[in-house]
Ligand binder design. Structure first.
Ligand SMILES: [Zn+2]
Length: 527
């Protein structure tokens, strides 16, 4: 699918498949490309335009811990797609290949032009294995690599790019918050637009086929496709499509189901299980990430309180080890959100107990402990928990740990305002800001890293660096006019300060101002 799409059959199937007989048999599994599609770079520009709006959306979320989990599935899929030649060198070079998380609690995932992937936390919350999430992402990835999106956009090529972008954003907005009255009105209007932006059945089948090859090559269990289908089917029986927009764009035809079954067990015999091959079972760390997505996507007081009810010991003892870890993780995080720190502490201690012998789950529990300590303003405890993971070096080992370390040291330093420059909080803050600088040098599009740097620079009294970091946040989120305005503010600040400025920083700002001016001009030409 592109965005949500109502009904599986599209009005324009015949146009898409022109050049070969309509309704070509499934057995031939045709490649649908015809060489007249929107170019990858035009598609990327359209995707950038849409992504820029999504980054501004209040529902956009960059949760370092969930992002790490999603990337642990997404990156192997990309690697497998490259190996299989599904991603061509031109696509690899031109497209973004980025997953954008939305806080929305509905179950949805969608591929956007230019290989931006939208993924709702609601979908992360309902999957019960990495393999299921991999099956959805691999399917969406294949809509991009098979150029289905380009073809769809080509069909709409009479539309101006800004209008196309607006149409897609309108459908995305309509697919959210099914209980909101105005969304239903917008939704009604969106149906017409949507039918123009639907993928054809052939495209869906092709995305299933190619996605299956990519996911299994990446080492994910084929059964993930089947259990994900079963999950969607159950929701459709319960008529729950309001919470499952993904169902509207991906109706489960018996054809799709049987195609998938035949891929998994062509001889009708259950697949042989081999040691070292994934089994599509729920693991504690995966279940904990679903719980995190569930809490973050549904932060109403009632929903948050439900977590603690589920963590009641007699209820909990009836569930699997993975589910116990997930429930206690969710209950801890929900209690943090409710600012009930003593309840959170109680759940967290039980969580550390049940995850003790599982390295991945224990690490996630430890990082949640850091969040709890930060919520309680206990920076000493947060540092202690962080240092348990980075062993002797004291250097954070992942993006999630780096960001938590930065928050911890920023909090410690600001509560020790006026401390002498050689004091521990000041030196710790300097050290973590240097690590972050190295990080953004390697990952210049990491807006959250720039955000942390901006706050740290401000705390260090480095105003000019702080303004520059804020401008880089805008650049990372593709909002070049806002970035330019900040760079100009920085230049004005330099002029007012006269000779007492950091000349190195000032010259970086001049260079970046010129570069961003160029980007603003390019963006203006696309209109
Ligand atoms: Zn699809």
């Amino acid at each position: 699918m592109l965005v949500v799409a109502i009904g599986g059959v599209t009005v324009a199937t015949a146009q898409v498949t022109s050049g070969r007989p309509a309704g070509a048999s499934a057995a031939t599994l045709p490649n649908l490309g015809d060489g007249t599609d929107m170019t990858p770079s035009a598609e990327r520009r359209l995707g950038d335009r849409i992504a820029r709006e999504l980054y501004r959306d209040p529902d956009y979320v960059d949760d370092a811990i969930l992002t790490e989990y999603v990337q642990s599935i997404w990156q192997p899929l990309l690697a497998a797609a490259r190996q299989r030649g599904e991603i061509t060198p031109e696509q690899d070079e031109t497209y973004a290949w980025e997953v954008i998380l939305g806080r929305d609690r509905t179950v949805n995932a969608f591929a956007l032009p230019g290989a931006y992937m939208g993924l709702h936390l609601g979908l992360i919350a309902v999957v019960t294995s990495r393999d299921e999430l991999a099956s959805v992402l691999a399917h969406e990835l294949s809509h991009v690599t098979q150029r289905h999106i380009a073809r769809m956009m080509t069909r709409q090529s009479q539309q101006a790019p800004w209008l196309l972008g607006a149409m897609i954003l309108g459908i995305l907005a309509a697919g959210k918050s099914p209980d909101a009255a105005n969304a239903m009105i917008v939704g009604g209007q969106a149906v017409g637009v949507q039918s123009q932006l639907n993928f054809s059945r052939d495209m869906e089948r092709e995305a299933d086929r190619v996605g299956f090859g990519v996911a299994t090559q990446a080492g994910f269990a084929p059964q993930g496709f089947v259990s994900m289908f079963a999950k969607l089917q159950q929701a459709s029986r319960l008529n729950d499509s309001g919470n499952f927009p993904y169902l509207r764009s991906h109706p489960l035809s018996t054809e799709r189901m049987s195609d998938m079954q035949s891929r998994i067990a062509p001889t009708g015999v259950a697949p042989v299980t081999q040691p070292g091959v994934r089994q599509n079972v729920q693991e504690a760390d995966q279940a904990m990430m679903s719980a995190r997505a569930g809490v973050l996507s549904n932060p109403t007081v009632d929903a948050l309180r439900t977590w603690s009810l589920q963590a009641e010991p007699t209820l909990l003892s009836k569930t699997t080890a993975a589910q116990q870890a997930a429930t206690l993780y969710g209950a801890t995080l929900a209690a943090i959100k409710l600012r009930d720190h003593s309840a959170a502490q109680g759940f967290w201690l039980r969580l550390t107990e049940v995850t003790r012998n599982d390295t991945a789950a224990a690490r996630l529990a430890r990082l949640l402990g850091v969040e709890l300590a930060l919520a309680m303003d206990d920076t000493a405890r947060a540092s202690r928990l962080l240092s348990q993971g980075s062993a002797a070096t004291g250097i954070p080992t992942s993006r999630a740990e780096l960001f938590l370390a930065a928050q911890t040291r920023l909090k410690a330093a600001t509560s020790a305002t006026g401390a002498p420059p050689d004091s521990l909080p000041v030196r710790d803050l300097l050290a973590v800001s240097q690590t972050l600088q190295t990080w953004v040098a390697e990952h210049p599009k990491d807006a959250q890293a720039w955000q942390l740097l901006a706050s740290i620079y401000a705390a260090q009294g480095r105003t000019l660096s702080s303004i520059r970091a804020q401008a880089e946040i805008n650049v990372a989120q593709l909002d070049y006019p806002a970035a330019l305005a900040r760079f100009k503010t920085a230049q004005d600040w330099v002029r007012k300060q006269g000779t007492a400025v950091d000349h190195f920083e000032a010259s970086i700002i001049d260079t970046r101002t010129r570069q961003v001016e160029q980007l603003v001009r390019e963006q203006a030409l696309e209109r």
